[in-house]
Design a protein around this ligand. Structure first.
Ligand code: 7XF
Length: 396
């Protein structure tokens, strides 16, 4: 992948957007625990509210600690600007609610994180917005799926939970021609592994709760896009629609996480790749979904679009749902928990947990079974994880 700035990715993950000498030499950006900002004169406040003068007015709209994080994320994703939010769902709703009106349509890939699916499938229609769920692994499907009412195409790649990939450049090209915004949820990859804006997407969203924070100690989200869009998401989406602003304290924690992002991702990817091979070779396993495996149907696309293959693995056991449950109860090092991207290896059951918003029929229709088990490979020693996972499989 080409680095577009003077400094490389790791350097920017540590330094971008902050100069200690601007803040009494403090090595780390200070945490500005303030809800509001004093104006020297009435006119200053009025001018800032009118957008005629730069400056902070209220921390729902901006905060100096959060601003450092926003510049850093914009730089890492190769975007003009960024908006930090209180959660990934805060980022997604800020984008959708700002851009959509009653009567508009969304086209979404058929596999999405459970709450994004729930939002689009169950709730947006209450406000007159309908969603078509299609299989975006075939970009040509957009030729039929887009209508004059379509405003947004949204997808994850790889998808949560079943690791399907979409060809971002091919989809972006079609969206551009149709004048539709392409939104990519880049949570699974982080900008270190994949940069959708460079491939033609318009808007990137993240759950920064995951790899960007990296330590399972916060909820956070982000949107990265052109400045005009980010201004709309900030001044309409966050300020007036959902209020999902990021706190200065959480911004400070995400900034700390970002300093080790590349080191952590390298290790997540390396261990996951080895474990995926081990799991694939076990007699109790029916299927392993990991883009780094040659058996993955989009292995070539993954090699083209992603720097490395990521830390997420999904698998199906030959004994289906029952075996999946026993396997999850049988591990002793991996932690049974939802979320992902933490130092700890996490194991969870999408059908009853992260994707319980789908009915069993919808899960099948949307491309994953009730037996699927999802692993977020952590930073523990590979040998220990291998012993834990293969041991639990042997005991089935
Ligand atoms: O609001 P959050 O920070 O939890 O982020 C929502 C979200 C958005 N996009 C993707 C691809 C996600 O995976 C998530 C959150 N997913 C967690 C998971 O799959 O384990 C949530 C636990 S229920």
């Amino acid at each position: 992948m080409r680095e577009t700035r003077q400094n490389g990715f790791s350097t920017r993950a540590i330094h971008e957007g902050y100069n200690p000498l601007d803040y009494h030499g403090a090595l780390n950006p200070p945490v500005f625990l303030t809800s509001t900002y004093a104006f020297d004169r009435t006119e200053t406040g009025a001018n800032r509210f009118a957008g005629e003068q730069e400056g902070y007015i209220y921390s729902r709209v901006g905060n100096p600690t959060v601003s450092v994080l926003e510049s850093r994320l914009a730089s890492l994703e190769g975007g003009e600007a960024a908006l930090a939010t209180s959660s990934g769902m805060g980022a997604i709703t800020a984008v959708l609610w700002t851009l959509l009106n009653a009567g508009d349509e969304v086209v979404a890939d058929k596999t999405l994180y459970g709450c994004t699916f729930g939002l689009l499938h169950h709730h947006m229609k209450r406000f007159g917005v309908s969603t078509r769920f299609v299989d975006l692994t075939d970009p040509a499907i957009l030729d039929q799926a887009l209508s004059p009412a379509t405003r947004i195409v949204i997808t994850e790649t790889p998808s949560n939970p079943n690791m399907r990939l979409v060809d971002i450049a091919a989809i972006a090209e079609r969206c551009r021609k149709a004048g539709v915004h392409l939104v990519i949820d880049n949570t699974y990859c982080t900008p270190y592994l994949q940069r959708p804006l460079e491939l033609g997407a318009d808007i990137v969203v993240h759950s920064a709760t995951k790899y960007l924070g990296g330590h399972g100690d916060l909820l956070a989200g982000a949107v990265i896009a052109g400045k005009e869009l980010i201004d709309q998401f900030r001044y309409v989406g966050i300020k007036e629609l959902n209020g999902a602003c990021m706190s200065a304290f959480d911004a400070s924690l995400v900034l700390r996480g970002l300093k080790t992002l590349t080191l952590r991702m390298d290790r997540h990817c390396e261990t996951a790749e080895m474990l995926a091979r081990d799991l694939e070779g076990h007699p109790a396993v029916a299927e392993v979904y990991y883009p780094g495996l040659k058996s993955h149907p989009q292995h070539l696309l993954a090699s083209r679009q992603m720097r490395k293959m990521g830390g997420m693995i999904a698998l199906e056991l030959k004994g289906g749902l029952d075996a999946g449950r026993k396997f999850m109860n049988g591990v002793t090092l991996a932690t049974r928990a939802v979320s992902l991207g933490d130092a700890e290896t996490l194991i969870q059951h999408p059908a009853s947990m992260t994707h319980a918003t789908y009915t069993p029929e919808e899960r099948l229709e949307h491309g994953f079974t009730d037996g699927l088990v999802r692993l977020s490979v952590g930073l523990e020693d590979y040998d220990d994880l291998k012993a834990d996972l293969l041991g639990a499989l042997d005991r089935l």
